[in-house]
Write a protein that binds this ligand. Structure first.
Ligand code: F6R
Length: 254
């Protein structure tokens, strides 16, 4: 695991975008696993800026998103499909057919999860998976206690996650109760993983994920077993780790 300490959110976003750019340049038809939430907004902005400068080309890039609320249409402003179009896809030259997001309107969970796993397998797996992390250590919508062995599945959101996401909705009651998410197994099969984290609300989850025991109670802790993980986080998110460890300029931990 490599850990890059960022000065602030802008620095974090630029560093993360640099890693994604390198992937796009090295493999123009790479499969990118993408995340939503607050953490990647700056990263996507930076990628758009470099695309506008002519430094990046998304014409052959394929994408698979981590998750989507069950019950929300792609044109619902709270859906993750809408978020992705607004924050990235509509501003770069990625062909619509190359974009994959779980279909929130598919009522049959078994059918939708099988379809999505097939999409990922047919693409040949994920080259680079971008992840945020929840304050409770969740990755994707894989909540604490969820089995490490799952592929795409439908989850019942925890109260903690509903509370955290309520800020995006008019009221807490409007937050959907279910979501489709890639499972830990899909995430662990990605060839490389880039996890970004910002702010002190993530400090405990970061410490537990990377320095605690590997346990389904902290979903992010499984990443200790992946052989190609890069973490980019700001000082606040790394605060508890930095109390005990030093990060070298090469991003390695002493
Ligand atoms: C988003 C996702 C979630 C978020 C996590 C952090 O697609 O799967 O796991 O990455 O909840 O969210 P933010 O970045 O809003 O703190």
């Amino acid at each position: 695991m490599r850990v890059y300490k960022a000065k602030d959110y802008n620095d974090l976003s630029r560093k993360a975008a640099n890693i994604i750019s390198a992937q796009i340049i090295m493999k123009p038809d790479a499969v990118l696993g993408l995340a939503t939430g607050e953490s990647p907004i700056g990263t996507y902005k930076q990628l758009i800026e470099w695309y506008n400068k002519g430094d990046l080309d998304f014409s052959e890039i394929r994408t698979v998103n981590l998750d989507e609320y069950k019950g929300l249409a792609a044109d619902n402003p709270q859906s993750y499909a809408y978020y992705m179009h607004t924050n990235l896809f509509d501003s770069v030259n990625i062909p619509a057919v190359n974009i994959n997001i779980p279909n929130g309107l598919e009522d049959d969970s078994v059918k939708e999860c099988m379809r999505y796993d097939n999409v990922i397998h047919q693409l040949g797996g994920i080259d680079l998976q971008l992840l945020g992390i929840g304050g409770n250590g969740h990755i994707g919508f894989n909540e604490p206690g969820n089995n490490f062995n799952k592929e795409t599945h439908c989850v019942t959101l925890t109260d903690n996650t509903i509370d955290a996401n309520a800020r995006f909705f008019a009221s807490r009651d409007e937050v959907p109760r279910y979501a489709y998410t890639m499972g830990i197994k899909n995430i662990m099969q990605a060839k490389s993983i880039l996890l970004i984290a910002s702010g002190e609300a993530k400090a405990q989850a970061m410490y537990d994920s990377f320095y605690g025991p590997i346990t389904p109670n902290v979903p992010g802790s499984i990443l200790q077993l992946h052989n190609n993980v890069t973490v980019v986080a700001d000082e606040a998110a790394l605060a508890l780790i930095l109390k005990e460890h030093e990060i070298t300029s090469g991003g390695l931990i002493k």
